[in-house]
Ligand binder design. Structure first.
Ligand code: MSP
Length: 467
């Protein structure tokens, strides 16, 4: 089986923050898991670099937009490196390969495009037209700014021609939208009167030239969606190898649902291309109860979390807070507590305690231990296949708790059965080392080495809690 796993491509006007890290880390974990299952996976991420918003941000810093994008996209790459996130391709929408593919795609879409004079309310923060209904007190609800009234000639994509077909794709299950709330929301949106949408801008200079009209640039969202095909070689022979043969899985949060679950399949249908197989929409989280925003000043830089808790510590803390797919809240003061209880005490302590008592003599594990670990492995596989990352972690940590209790109950240090008890535990730990690999790859390696050498080295240093 082949899988193409993608994240949204992130706007470079912002630093790579915890929100971006959350999706990208989840994609990395899923990639590692499916590879372990023997699948061939292509993991794609990148940065969205065109449009008025980026041009304005560059101007504010007194930089040429390309120079600005070069710098900011490097920061994203660096952050992913610090989090041990291993993608196969990092697309930048200023790449020549992307630009070429986008132009080619538009040529193939010619019959579904028309020209019209248009007037609408545009929010640069969202990079989209808003309807009167969407405004709150005349302001964009997300950016608290009055949208700009724009009147210009635009090129439009005939979205309406494809809405029925998109609905059928979803209803037949050919396009899976998960979790169910996102599927329902998409179907509800399809029942509203959605309009054709503009795919070009007349006055935005920072963008890819519109092939049929040199005075226009391609609308940033339209171009951004095409990263999913440009990255794997749209317009060349290598394209079909992934797009046609792989299961296509998009990960995103609900803020950009409509673009992905409605516009994107419609665009692909119009271009006579295969549509995605699955779109997984995870929740949107707040930090200490508030939306993460520059104005509030509560934007979390994932690099800070790595510096404080180590790379695997950060990876664990990010995915163990609330179920993937649901909204949640990151409580920063809970990080230390969770790190100490689950990593330093839970996992770290288990490995240290057992290895301290281990000798070279190893016996076959007993049936009750084999059954217990098998139960974890079975649930683990079920949850992982449904992208239930939080539940997967819970399953592993239940096994860790079981092992710690098993030591307390059986007291190997004073037991006649010491060798058997320790062998059982060593077996369970080797299972745990295997199971945590997608989440905590470095720790997994360390435990495997420690088991080989029968020697324990501290995995997670306990941290002092300030409270
Ligand atoms: N550039 C567009 C996406 C184009 S994809 C063809 C964009 N960029 S973004 O930088 O705003 O990234 C939005 C995405 O970042 C979300 O869909 C989600 O993946 C992630 N998140 C950003 N903040 C988040 C939270 N607070 N919570 C969860 N995910 C968040 O939209």
């Amino acid at each position: 089986m082949k899988k193409l796993i993608t994240t949204p491509i992130y706007y470079v006007n912002d630093i790579a923050h915890l929100g971006h890290a959350y999706t990208t880390l989840a994609a990395d974990v899923l990639t590692r898991f499916f590879r372990e299952q023997g699948e061939q996976v292509f993991f794609l991420t990148g940065t969205d670099e065109h449009g008025a918003k980026i041009a304005e941000s560059a101007k504010k810093e007194g930089k040429d937009p390309k120079e600005f994008c070069d710098e900011k996209s490097e920061l994203f790459k660096k952050t992913w490196e610090n989090l041990n996130i291993k993608y196969d391709h990092f697309v930048r929408t200023t790449d020549e390969k992307h630009e070429k593919a986008v132009k080619k795609f538009l040529e193939n879409l010619k019959d579904s495009i028309y020209e019209k004079e248009y007037e609408g309310l545009y929010c640069t923060g969202c990079e989209k037209f808003l309807t009167e209904k969407e405004l709150v007190d005349g302001l964009c609800p997300d950016h608290k700014k009055e949208p700009e009234k724009i009147k210009e000639k635009n090129y439009f994509f005939k979205l309406k021609d494809y809405l029925n077909k998109v609905e059928k794709l979803i209803e037949s299950g050919k396009l899976k939208i998960e979790p169910d709330f996102a599927r329902k929301e998409t179907l509800a949106l399809l029942k509203q009167d959605l309009d054709d949408f503009s795919i070009s801008r007349q006055k935005v200079k920072w963008g890819i030239e519109f092939p049929f009209d040199k005075n226009q640039t391609i609308y940033v969202w339209f171009e951004a969606l095409l990263n999913y095909v440009s990255s794997i070689g749209y317009g060349t022979d290598e394209f079909n190898e992934w797009w046609d043969d792989a299961e296509i899985v998009h990960l995103l949060a609900k803020d950009i649902l409509k673009f992905h679950t409605i516009y994107w399949p419609a665009i692909l249908l119009a271009a006579k291309q295969k549509t995605p197989d699955k779109e997984f929409i995870h929740g949107f989280f707040t930090v200490d109860g508030q939306k993460m925003s520059k104005t509030i000043g509560n934007v979390i830089d994932p690099n800070d979390i790595v510096n404080e808790f180590g790379v695997d510590g950060a990876r664990y803390l990010l995915l163990s807070q609330f179920p993937f797919g649901q909204d949640g809240d990151f409580k920063k003061e809970k990080f230390i507590e969770k790190y100490n209880s689950d990593l330093a005490n839970g996992l770290g302590n288990l490995v240290a305690r057992v290895l301290k008592l281990a000798t070279d003599k190893k016996l076959e594990p007993e049936k009750n231990i084999l059954d217990r670990t098998k139960q974890t492995r079975d649930n683990y596989l079920e949850y992982f296949k449904d992208f239930k990352l939080f539940e997967v972690l819970n399953e592993i940590w239940k096994l860790i708790a079981f092992c710690n209790e098993y030591i307390d109950k059986n007291k190997p240090w004073e037991s006649e059965n010491r060798e058997q008890i320790i062998s059982n535990l060593l077996y369970a730990i080797s299972e745990i080392a295997f199971l945590i690999e997608p989440f905590l790859p470095e720790t997994s390696e360390k435990i495997k080495k420690q088991l080989e050498n029968n020697k324990s080295i501290i995995l997670f240093k306990r941290m002092l809690s300030i409270t």
